[in-house]
Design a binder for this molecule. Structure first.
Ligand SMILES: [Zn+2]
Length: 168
């Protein structure tokens, strides 16, 4: 049994904030605004996993009005989603994501992001693929006003889940 999920997120780039993408702290003059650490990539991945499980979205599980999530590492939120996935007998088949950012250059950080996300999702590192693209100066990402992330995930059920669905 396979399930596909899609996630999309955007955060605004502002001064005096760290830039955290896929759990990696990236040196830059600007960082992403948000209630948590505003890790836009991890948020898109969480939405994709929640979507594949048919469990709504990140806002329902981690409301930004809740002080518990203020400044929290998004990887620890992803860990909660990962535990939910395990409880429901799903595991990552593969995850593919694209960051849209004009600056800074992200190519040198993608492998580290893949490592963090794979580790947190308890998935093989070769099942996680992260890409980054600029937009030739076009749109809000091109003007450096924000960073966007798109993620697609496919989950497979553990054998017990397959057996259950086979019996139904
Ligand atoms: Zn977000």
């Amino acid at each position: 049994m396979f399930k596909i999920g899609f996630g999309y997120d955007v955060h605004r780039l502002i001064r005096d904030r760290p830039l955290v993408l896929g759990g990696v702290h990236i040196p830059h003059t600007l960082g992403l605004a948000g209630h948590s650490d505003a890790d836009v990539l991890t948020h898109a991945v969480m939405d994709a996993v929640l979507g594949a499980m048919g469990r709504g979205d990140i806002g329902q599980h981690f409301p930004d009005t809740d002080p518990r999530y203020k400044g929290i590492s998004s990887l620890s939120m992803l860990e909660t989603v990962s535990r939910m996935m395990t409880r429901e007998a799903f595991k990552i088949n593969n995850l593919d994501a694209t960051l849209v950012a004009e600056a800074p250059k992200l190519a040198g950080h993608l492998t580290d992001m893949e490592g963090h996300l794979a580790h947190t999702l308890e998935a093989p590192v070769d099942s996680v693929n992260i890409k980054a693209t600029p937009t030739e100066g076009l749109g809000f990402c091109g003007r450096g006003e924000g960073i966007a992330a798109f993620a697609v995930v496919s989950l497979c059920g553990h054998e017990s889940a397959n057996e259950r669905s086979g019996m139904a």
